[in-house]
Design a protein around this ligand. Structure first.
Ligand SMILES: Nc1ncnc2c1ncn2[C@@H]1O[C@H](COP(=O)(O)OP(=O)(O)OP(=O)(O)O)[C@@H](O)[C@H]1O
Ligand SMILES: [Mg+2]
Length: 260
């Protein structure tokens, strides 16, 4: 493995670290075991979570690339790291909801678990200090966080991701209740930007319920102190057919694979 000290750390977030990649325009996403909730007021280390999220996000992003949804994902490097294209992150958390849960249940007094009339796309301004407030398209365009055309692309991509990933999970006996996406701008040689899916898709940023029992299989287990958080993530991976031969609990040892 490339010695950590020789790699330039670009950013350390709550769940991931970004390192400079081997070629210009690439970065390495390193998935940590750290978990935070309620704007980082609640923290814990969940052994093996990073390994599981790396694998689950790889699996989903690869499928999306294959069906023509542009993503930042290039390839997985090792147990905890993946090579991705560096993008200019659009400062929005794009949430797609199929079933009421969490803040939409509170805001409109809809019981958790009630299916919504149709998939709803919401924008939150990505700013921890402000608590990621819900914003309208008017705010997004007026403050120049994204252009009207980019908003259209983001909504279209978010809905495509929702359709495809809902199906992927349904095949594994899991209902995709809602999820959060981040998008970024990827510039080509002519400095033309296109919108691509970035960040991750994992149980950290999805609500996933068992289709038959409604048991939660996502980060709500951590937020609500339900226990067995990593066990639930491992079950998601197992049902998707990832890591079949691997014990998730073994996943804490980094693989000794050269990054490049
Ligand atoms: N392809 C990419 N290029 C550049 N930045 C990216 C890319 N994919 C994700 N990011 C950014 O990398 C960071 C990932 O770290 P992490 O998820 O731990 O952040 P976080 O603690 O949630 O903080 P933040 O509020 O910045 O998202 C995020 O800021 C995310 O926006
Ligand atoms: Mg994040």
């Amino acid at each position: 493995m490339t010695p950590m000290s020789r790699r330039k750390k670009l950013y350390e977030g709550k769940a991931k670290i970004l390192y400079e990649g081997p070629e210009p325009g690439t970065i390495i996403q390193h998935f940590k075991d750290d978990a935070t909730a309620f704007n980082a007021q609640k923290r814990a280390t969940l052994e093996g979570k990073g390994v599981l999220n790396n694998r689950i996000s790889e699996f989903i992003m690869e499928h999306l690339n294959r069906i023509g949804v542009p993503t930042h994902f290039i390839r997985r490097l090792n147990m905890r790291e993946q090579l991705v294209r560096e993008v200019e992150i659009i400062p929005l958390e794009v949430v797609v909801r199929n079933v009421a849960a969490g803040s939409i249940s509170k805001r409109f007094n809809i019981p958790e678990g009630e299916p919504l009339p149709r998939a709803i796309v919401e924008f939150y301004f990505k700013d921890d200090a402000l608590g990621d407030p819900l914003v309208s398209e008017e705010h997004v365009t007026a403050f120049n966080w994204a252009s009207p055309q980019e908003i259209d692309e983001i909504i279209a991509l978010a809905l495509r991701v929702n359709d495809f990933v809902s199906g992927l999970f349904a095949g594994a006996g899991i209902r995709l209740i809602d999820f959060k996406l981040e998008f970024g701008r990827l510039y080509d040689q002519n400095d033309m930007a296109r919108v691509v899916l970035a960040d991750e898709i994992s149980p950290d940023c999805c609500r996933l319920w068992d289709m038959t029992t409604n048991e939660k299989m996502d980060k709500d287990r951590f937020r609500r102190d339900l226990g067995n958080v990593t066990e639930a993530y491992a079950e998601v991976a197992r049902r998707l057919g990832i890591m079949r031969e691997m014990d998730a609990a073994n996943g804490t040892q980094p693989e000794s694979v050269e990054s490049e």
